[in-house]
Write a protein that binds this ligand. Structure first.
Ligand SMILES: Nc1ncnc2c1ncn2[C@@H]1O[C@H](COP(=O)(O)OP(=O)(O)OP(=O)(O)O)[C@@H](O)[C@H]1O
Length: 470
């Protein structure tokens, strides 16, 4: 967080305010006239300004400085100090965008209250802008693989309806992104998208958070259900919802109304519910930890979000998207990816899916070298099974096998990964691995690797495993 810039031509006042704010834990800079003040802003943008209206021996007075700051840095809150009886000027300053004003001689407690409030308002404003930005970017769905196109066309079919959707798929695969996509393309897009992370709310507070509260002292405090009115309520990992809350949500879905905690009146809301899980809810029902009836109510349109494993072709496009995103949002370097780095990303084990890919990219941009392009060595060695000096680490199983079997095991894993990386396309795989197409076919056959269609894209797997699954 930046500091507070105090501009006052009266040395005693400027130093006194400075000392008090320092004692309160703020860092401060002092300016005696308009030149020092503008110079200090150019050096480093302050988090807040305290500005005297009358400045002796200055090219600009306080109002001129205020106008210039509001034009160039509208986000900096400015608190004006005005002389006693200068109310009109103070009001004019507020019209020019000052956050508040205090009159001389002022009481220091009063000044501290105004400063704290101004800091808090500006923090909330920043967070809001951040959230809006996040909202827009999370509604973006990047990917062109067959599996991803199949997902998108399923999502497109449900945007216009009001049907409850249950998104399933592994952690970090993009279930929330898919839910936001439905919302952004539906006729509810101008109403809120409210996300409920069932795991992060303490079970005993769950009902208050969802349904809101009514007390004599504080009146009505709306919950997330009311906040989502007209829009979408997204239950992230629905399996984490406590059983008691599950019954209450079920009742809301049946009755279309509910009561706030401590309240008597029935509240009606118009919400579309989208939920997600990476667990097997049918097994949770069997185990008695999820209500069957709620499952049926929520699972009207089930949609599976494929893990990154099934759409490795999307990795280059996603990686570039994240590099650009981190450049815009955090000013991280805009770097190119070398072909080898792309190949490595596409073959890496990424159990955390798109989220993990995003983290890998962020880490490289923060910790990596500052030259172009990004090289494979920057993408942590351990993730490709190598030690720092580039030697391959043998897994326990591999190390105990004779060479021929070990080589077979390696070849099978290697080719499976490569085929999946190229979306099941044998010609492209053959070119990359440096084999004739027909030789590759023979090799795959001898290793028992087959390809088949899954969710619209071709995936490779081991023959026996496929048969076992059927
Ligand atoms: N298709 C996509 N395009 C761009 N970014 C994506 C895409 N899919 C996922 N992401 C990004 O990956 C991260 C994880 O996505 P998201 O939170 O939607 O996953 P999730 O499946 O809901 O995860 P969890 O199960 O852990 O809640 C987010 O930062 C999101 O922005």
């Amino acid at each position: 967080m930046g500091d507070i810039l105090i501009t006052d031509d009266e040395r005693d006042i400027r130093e006194l305010v400075g000392d008090i704010l320092r004692d309160e834990g703020f860092s401060v800079r002092l300016a005696a006239n308009s030149e020092e003040c503008m110079g200090a802003i150019d050096d480093e943008k302050p988090a807040l300004m305290i500005l005297d209206i009358w400045l002796k021996d200055s090219a600009m007075d306080g109002i001129d400085i205020l106008k210039s700051v509001k034009r160039d840095h509208p986000e900096i809150p400015v608190v004006i100090i005005s002389g006693h009886g200068n109310i009109e000027i103070a009001v004019a300053a507020i019209k020019q965008g000052a956050y508040d004003f205090i009159e001389k001689p002022f009481n220091i407690d009063q000044l501290l209250v105004v400063i704290r409030r101004a800091m808090e308002t500006s923090r909330l404003r920043r967070e809001n802008t951040e959230l809006r930005r996040k909202d827009v970017s999370t509604a973006e769905m990047i990917g062109t693989s067959a599996a991803f196109k199949a997902l998108k066309s399923q999502l497109d079919k449900v945007t216009k309806s009001n049907g409850r959707v249950m998104l399933t798929g592994p952690a970090g695969a993009g279930k929330e992104v898919a839910a936001r996509y439905i919302h952004a393309n539906s006729n509810r897009s101008t109403a809120p998208f409210v996300s409920v992370n069932s795991a992060s709310i303490e079970p005993e507070r769950m009902e208050e958070v969802l349904f809101g509260r009514e007390t004599n002292e504080r009146g009505v405090e709306p919950g997330l259900l009311e906040e989502a009115h007209g829009g979408v309520l997204y239950f992230d990992e629905i399996a984490d919802m406590p059983m008691g809350t599950q019954s209450k949500i079920l009742r809301v879905l049946v009755d279309q109304q509910f009561q706030r905690v401590g309240g008597g009146e029935k509240v009606r809301v118009d919400i579309r519910v989208i939920s997600s899980t990476n667990r097997d809810l049918e097994a949770e029902i069997e185990a008695g930890s999820f209500r069957q009836e709620l499952y049926h109510r929520l699972n009207v349109v089930p949609i599976r979000v494929p893990g990154l494993e099934e759409r490795r072709e999307d990795i280059p496009e996603l990686a570039v998207h994240f590099i650009e995103g981190f450049n815009t949002s955090q000013g991280l370097p805009q770097r190119e990816l070398s072909d080898d780095a792309v190949a490595l990303l596409q073959t890496m084990h990424l159990p955390g899916n798109v989220r993990q890919l995003k983290n890998v990219i962020e880490r490289v941009l923060i910790l990596g070298e500052n030259s172009d392009p990004i090289l494979p060595r920057e993408l942590e060695g351990v993730e490709r099974g190598e030690t720092e000096d580039g030697r391959v680490v043998l897994s326990g199983a591999l190390a105990t096998l004779p060479l021929r079997e070990a080589r077979e095991l390696f070849e099978r894993e290697y080719l499976l990964t490569q085929i999946n990386r190229f979306g099941g396309n044998i010609s492209r795989t053959a070119t990359f691995v440096g084999m004739e197409r027909s030789a590759l076919h023979r090799k795959l056959k001898s290793l028992g690797v087959v390809t088949s269609s899954k969710a619209g894209s071709r995936v490779a797997h081991i023959e026996d495993a496929a048969q076992a699954a059927e």
